[in-house]
Design a protein around this ligand. Sequence first.
Ligand code: XMP
Length: 521
Amino acid sequence: KILILDFGSQVTQLIARRVREAHVYCELHAYDMPIDEIRAFGPKAIILSGGPNSVYESDYQADPALFELNVPVLGICYGMQWMAQALGGRVESGSVREFGYAEVFTVADSLFGGIFDKTSPTGEHLLEVWMSHGDKVTRLPEGFIVIGNNPACPVAAMADEKRHFYGMQFHPEVTHTKKGRELLHRFVLEIAGCKPSWTMPNYIDEAVAKIREQVGDEEVILGLSGGVDSSVAAALIHRAIGDQLTCVFVDHGLLRLNEGEMVMDMFANNLGVKVIRVNAEADFMGKLVGVTDPEAKRKIIGAEFVEVFQTESGKLTNAKWLAQGTIYPDVIESAGAKTKKAHTIKSHHNVGGLPETLNLKLLEPLRELFKDEVRELGVALGLPHGMVYRHPFPGPGLGVRILGEVKKDYADLLRRADAIFIEELRNTKDENGISWYDKTSQAFAVFLPVKSVGVMGDGRTYEYVVALRAVVTSDFMTAHWAELPYSLLGRASNRIINEVRGINRVVYDVSGKPPATIEWE
Ligand code: XMP
């Protein structure tokens, strides 16, 4: 396994993704992971990430004792600069910032192993890479040679062959570095000598064995939300312990059209999982009467969920475990997470998150997986592709998509409009057969509790407005509105107005995030 130390780059998680794509297990930890813990982890190699700071004036310093562990180390960008400085070289701020596309001459093959993109007129090998740095290494530490350079960056890559220490000033983890994946795979498989044994079938066997060992003959409760993570967790745990698992599915009345039926059909009927469905719509609606503030609505829905879940699970007196669909990005202890915690714009009550008062032991079988691995696992466990590749849906559901006060009538109208929009997105495909649903990251309808005038047949109408929203994003922190074809928007609008009595106007949201957010509340 590989250890990645995070110095705070925006793209550190991509390093982990690339390593796992080579079927090698890796974990990402903060740069200041204590050396004893590193030793206990027992990495076959260490990768040092990039970061936004300058090494000569930053607190982001790892323990240099890691160079004595006798394992290969690869430093990327800041990671390389830190390595250079820690081993006695020198790093200075450059006169020019190098940002974006660059070409690097590979002047020695050690790390590159004959990987290159093109040949220069004079026969040198070039790599096409993505750079983002102001500082540069100006003096190599002892034992190192330059293995890659270009005019703007004389030390674009360096190596100490004897100790297997390598540095790249560019970012191999981003796709703009064309051969980046190959370079990283070469590092973990050939230089570090890891075996490509991290595969889904192996993972399922291991995970099943681990769950059985952890749980023994005790019983487990899981809050099923219909979302990807809790669904995959349920399928995996059920594979391991069958009827020792009971799922509690709380229908808060703010789900998408037919979602409750779909969840029950999938789990109870197809997979044979024990699922208790709690129809709590009336309770939730009751609690939300007169509440218009988005944060207040989130808190009420979150608290009511916990209440209902607790009551139901309290009836399952044999249960000793609470299972949750926590995934790796939720638990990564990274430099990024430490600084990001500071600004929370919305309180994202993860409706799966439950209090300690239940007195149950926690079972979190997806803790090691990234989202796309969770999806792959879901498909391998027999969940339908359409369910596993669904867009994310917020815990408070339609509660934050009905602006202001939530009412059952509004939710009913919104559900139908939303389903039509999603159906049109799924049915409209490009020349490669890829649907607009798959080309967008999240799409939904929003209910606006204002009435506008319309005309239908010979009559005047005075009805509600629905806004459609579709965004493209890789991390949900920033997002672009999706440039959907007008014909698709036209069809969705026509159908919503014709089929959903009570809505006579449809608008499309063309705001990016920032400054807008993805949800309207
Ligand atoms: P925003 O609206 O903040 O949304 O741009 C970013 C992502 O988070 C989801 N979201 C939520 N998820 N509980 C959740 O579980 C919430 O209260 C919540 N609010 C927003 C949103 O759907 C998008 O994917």
